[in-house]
Design a protein around this ligand. Structure first.
Ligand code: PEP
Ligand code: MN
Length: 264
């Protein structure tokens, strides 16, 4: 299998501008769950860049559980992301949900994200395999490690070697947390595959007070980076407010990781 350590011994390093993912340094991806408006994203992007963020995140096409919830700004959201990239100098990652949006999203994104709900959307995986953009593939809601790696294989076998995996928690019997962050997955994936791995403790816990500790654990376990949802005013967020850190809380978390010598 192309994803396996047997196929490739050396770890894959995905390069995005001057950011390297998988080279032994810790990469921090941060930003709001959804792109909501220009002021929000441009202001926040400059602020978090100062705090040590390497990549800006923000969803323009949102895979919401309820069709009555905010579905994202679409093209307008992509344009705002491009403005925030201009203002902050940060590369951007955003989700693509449909093969019909692939060309459009690739025109704006530096990294394309395939979300949990689409992890086994094989036409979308194949299409992502034909692009020249790095792809971050999130683990499916109830996927085994093998199913997740085989989904990555669809992208790799179509020619795109720039694949990043993202552990974001799985469905379990526990309901206190939104998902159960699978810490086992971190060393297991690093053992099985040469692909870089990002931890997403925001979706992995669903609760802001748990995000910092789980980020710390994931980096200690060997993750190549973390993805954290940050919002200027989580109580007004259009999606995922409960798990979003305020900028000051995010700054404190980053300093905590530096104190742990998990981040330099
Ligand atoms: C997200 O990153 O905002 C997202 C929708 O995540 P997931 O696909 O892991 O639910
Ligand atoms: Mn989210």
């Amino acid at each position: 299998k192309l994803y396996s350590r047997e196929h490739q011994k050396d770890s894959t390093v995905v390069k995005v501008g001057d950011v390297s993912i998988g080279d032994g340094t810790v990469v921090v991806i941060a930003g709001p769950c959804s792109v909501e408006n220009r002021e929000q994203l441009v202001g926040l992007s400059v602020q978090i860049k100062e705090m040590g963020v390497n990549v800006l995140r923000g969803g323009a096409f949102k895979p919401r559980t309820s069709p009555y919830d905010f579905q994202g700004l679409g093209l307008e959201g992509l344009k705002i992301l491009a403005e925030a990239r201009e203002a902050s100098g940060l590369p951007v990652i955003t989700e693509v949900m449909d093969i019909r949006q692939m060309d459009l999203v690739c025109r704006y994104a530096d990294i394309i994200q395939i979300g949990s709900r689409n992890m086994q959307n094989t036409p979308l995986l194949r299409e992502a395999g034909k692009t020249d953009k790095p792809v971050m593939l999130k683990r499916g809601l109830s996927s085994t490690l093998e199913e997740w790696l085989l989904a990555a294989e669809y992208i790799l076998m179509n020619g795109n070697k720039q694949v990043i995996l993202c552990e974001r928690g799985i469905r379990s019997f526990e309901t206190y947390t939104r998902n159960t962050f699978d810490i086992n997955a971190i060393p297991a994936i690093k053992h099985l595959s040469h692909l870089p791995l990002i931890a997403d403790p925001s979706h992995g816990t669903g609760r802001r007070e748990l995000v910092g500790p789980v980020a710390t654990a994931a980096l200690a376990a060997g993750a190549d980076g973390i993805m954290i949802e940050v919002h200027p005013d989580p109580s007004k967020a259009l999606s995922d407010g409960a798990q979003s850190l305020r900028p000051q809380e995010f700054k404190d978390m980053m300093n905590g990781l530096r104190n742990f010598r998990l981040l330099f």
